[in-house]
Design a protein around this ligand. Structure first.
Ligand SMILES: CC(C)=CCC[C@@H](C)[C@H]1CC[C@@]2(C)C3=C(CC[C@]12C)[C@@]1(C)CC[C@H](O)C(C)(C)[C@@H]1CC3
Length: 755
């Protein structure tokens, strides 16, 4: 239910969701009329000065302080204000004369954003399919949605509706899709928005133009069926029985990429039960609103494979279509036995429990967290501890910004951005400067507190990767080691602990634990992947049912992750030359061979986690330089530098579009040079010891010109990507990479003024 505040007195009144007797009818011009009595209208906005981000040992959650006294007792921090787009009231800093002055100004600002536990946080939005899962989980579990959350969710989605057609895409910069539009339209209805609001009418028209919800991709069809807006017959099969396959089978799910594995795990449980939540007025209304066809006459099974072309990034293969046909027409009606289904459900349920236990219900990411919540609700019933705990944990991924409330891609960016913040100071040669010591010590203390100290319980039974000594991308609770997150955190810890005057928080054994875990990450190709070494063949992509993403079924070879690992190993080897020296040497040689092989004929590398060739080429050049291969000594390095230089724009910057990631072809962004991308290109060139200072100077000048008087850089186009098609925001990259580029330049050319 949604709790609504009466505007007159600010009191909170509960309106049971869907319990109104309103009836929505479609008029001949396709607009909808809702007959009275109406639900109370949502407030237009909340008081943005009442939001606070609470940091509990790296767990970040948002509070709205309705009580004046509470608000006065807990003032907004600089970080809160920055996240919310409020003025920080910071003074102008002396105008930089040299790049190092710009570094100092940048750090002066960035220091203010450090959180009490020592880390940096930020919005981590972009994907438009995450918030729906959370709101659906609330709705299904009948979790009250306070008016301030409902209001800010409405505001966020309103702000992020496509400026022309009013729909929503897969991510914030993308064109409207059936996936984005249908899911977010439902969110708005569930938080209490009227269907006849003009922006809802517009969004609905776009949805209908794209074919309506019968043309949604698999994940949307799944959620709509759980909600009872669609019938289960429209959902392509997600058989839990696949989890009973022996491990040696090449398609067994333990071989899949961890994200797809965890999503399909809980999805298969719910699919198997064909469970649907209670039918309410709003659900009945949505049946009228989302479809082009008359709801009662829809051929649900006939639309299993209907999908709008804009959503169909990765069309289903003939193999998957055949498997789906078999499962729907032969397996389900004739061969599926109750006992086998129950056995599969029981095993899936156990794996869900293990995931919940290993992450204290935070789960891998908000997609599977929302689905696991529903699994527990179905299985354990309303009010069960598992459901309450899940609902509480869903908060970890929610975020508030000036546009409203949204959902982050993970439960934060804490470890990752903190590691880069430390390294940026290091690259500027400022680690020993006492001015930055308190900030750096706090950051070190954070990484100390977030190192994972134990492997998962029953690691082999739940197919988890070794993680002792590792760091996750976000925090320890989530606890999923990622090869490059371990590496970047480890590098930062070593760099600080080897600098005179820093506390020795991690003893050698803890460093060795991290190294032992890192050394488990190499693929047969020599490369490293993200969460686990590759466990299955690329051919598994033929079973990619998600349609909207590419490269999702297994782990791949990533230049970014591989670079992070070998640079961490090199740094470690410098201080502990005896420890597993042989393994490290072999590991590094194999990674380098991979990197050379992965270079595109044009000289760049494809980036999987940042946009795109610019990002990955920066890493590859770092790898090459770590073994002494630079512009003048290596043809690979030279070719890569020439590639980067050929993309430099007249103003000295670089500007690559997310389209590069989708198309695997370098594509310029329409909105001009980007600070972060310019920093990436410059860092790459400097690693390669590019001989001509002129292009570097021009790029550095652009970064300095874009810096604000208070030391800040403003948000520009989106920076990150996953699965080729979905973009994601890395707010702190606005600081860490420009500072690093400026710092590297300043160390290399201390006399250069640039201005
Ligand atoms: C398709 C599904 C399940 C979507 C949920 C979103 C996740 C898959 C995304 C959101 C954030 C995300 C891009 C992330 C990564 C993997 C995929 C994530 C978790 C990793 C850990 C991969 C390795 C990268 O170098 C890096 C560390 C930057 C990212 C961080 C975020």
């Amino acid at each position: 239910m949604v709790t609504t505040r009466s505007k007159a007195n600010g009191a909170t009144a509960a309106t049971p969701n869907g319990k109104s007797t309103a009836v929505t009818k479609r008029k001949s011009d396709d607009t909808l009329v809702t007959e009275e009595p109406k639900r109370p209208k949502l407030a237009d906005k909340t008081d943005i000065t009442r939001w606070r981000c609470l940091d509990e040992d790296g767990r970040l959650t948002w509070r709205y302080l309705e009580d004046d006294k509470a608000a006065a007792a807990w003032p907004q921090s600089y970080a809160d204000k920055w996240y919310l787009g409020l003025d920080l009231g910071l003074p102008d800093l002396p105008k930089p004369k040299k790049p190092l002055d710009a570094v100092r100004n940048g750090l002066t600002f960035f220091e203010k954003l450090q959180l009490p536990s020592g880390e940096w946080g930020s919005e981590y939005g972009g994907p438009m399919f995450l918030l729906p899962g959370v709101v659906f989980a609330w709705y299904i579990t009948k979790t009250p949605i306070p008016w301030y959350k409902a209001t800010e969710i409405k505001n966020y989605l309103k702000a992020r509706a496509h400026p022309e057609d009013g729909g929503w895409g897969l991510h914030i910069e993308g064109e409207s899709t059936v996936f984005g539009t249908s899911m977010n339209y439902v969110v708005l209805r569930l938080v209490g928005v009227d269907p006849d609001e003009p922006f809802m009418v517009k969004a609905r028209a776009t949805l209908h133009k794209l074919g309506g919800a019968t043309h949604a991709p698999h994940w949307a069809k799944f959620w709509l069926s759980v909600l009872g807006v669609s019938k289960w017959a429209i959902v392509n099969p997600v058989p839990p029985e696949i989890w009973l396959l022996p491990d040696w089978v090449p398609v067994a799910p333990w071989r899949w990429w961890i994200h797809i594995r965890q999503v399909f795990l809980s999805m298969s449980y719910i699919y198997s039960k064909q469970w649907t939540c209670e039918e309410t007025d709003v659900i009945r209304e949505l049946r009228q609103e989302l479809f082009v066809e008359e709801w009662d006459k829809i051929d649900w099974n006939g639309h299993r494979n209907s999908i709008a072309s804009i959503d169909n990034y990765h069309p289903k293969s003939w193999l998957l279509n055949t498997a789906n046909w078999f499962l729907v027409n032969i397996w389900n009606p004739y061969l599926r036995t109750k006992s086998l289904a129950e056995k599969a459900e029981a095993w899936v349920s156990k794996l869900v429990d293990m995931e919940d236990e290993n992450t204290d219900f935070a789960d891998l990411a908000p997609v599977n967290a929302a689905m696991n919540t529903v699994v527990c609700y179905i299985r354990d019933g309303p009010g069960a501890y598992t459901v309450r705990r899940h609902v509480d944990r869903l908060e970890d991924a929610l975020w508030v910004k000036n546009e409203g409330m949204m959902c982050n891609g993970t439960n934060g960016v804490q470890n990752w951005d903190t590691a880069f913040a430390i390294q940026a100071v290091m690259d500027a040669g400022l680690t020993e400067d006492p001015r930055w010591r308190p900030m750096l010590i706090k950051a070190l203390e954070f990484l100390d507190s977030q190192q994972i100290r134990e492997n998962c319980k029953d690691q082999d039974i739940c197919y988890r990767q070794q993680r002792k000594g590792a760091w996750a991308f976000s925090n320890k609770v989530q606890g999923y080691a990622v090869s490059d997150c371990v590496s970047e955190a480890l590098k930062s810890v070593i760099l600080l602990q080897k600098t005179p005057g820093f506390p020795q928080l991690l003893d050698d054994q803890r460093i060795f634990d991290a190294i032992d875990t890192l050394l488990t990450y190499q693929n047969a190709s020599g490369a490293c992947s993200s969460y686990e070494p590759t466990r299955g063949s690329k051919l598994l992509e033929m079973l990619n049912a998600a349609e909207v993403f590419g490269k999702i079924m297994v782990e791949y070879d990533y230049v970014e992750c591989s670079t992070a690992v070998i640079t961490a190993l090199s740094l470690f080897n410098k201080y502990w030359p005896e420890y597993r020296a042989d393994d490290i040497k072999k590991f590094k040689a194999r990674v380098l061979a991979f990197i050379k092989k992965a270079q595109f004929p044009h000289g760049g590398w494809y980036g999987n986690w940042g946009i795109c060739f610019t990002y990955a080429t920066m890493f590859a050049l770092e790898s090459l330089s770590s073994v002494g291969e630079t512009y003048s000594t290596s043809s690979h390095s030279k070719k890569a530098c020439d590639f980067l230089i050929s993309k430099q724009r007249a103003d000295g910057g670089w500007s690559e579009s997310y389209r590069s990631c989708e198309r695997s072809v370098y594509t310029e962004h329409t909105s001009g040079s980007q600070v972060v991308m310019t920093a990436w290109a410059l860092i790459g060139l400097m690693h390669a010891e590019y001989p001509d200072i002129e292009p570097l100077r021009k790029g550095i000048k652009l970064i300095m010109d874009r810096q604000q008087a208070n030391g800040e850089w403003l948000p520009e186009a989106i920076e990150g990507v996953f699965n080729k098609s979905c973009m994601i925001t890395y707010m702190n990259y606005k600081f860490t990479f420009p500072i690093k580029a400026l710092g590297m330049f300043a160390s290399k050319y201390p006399e250069e003024t640039v201005v």
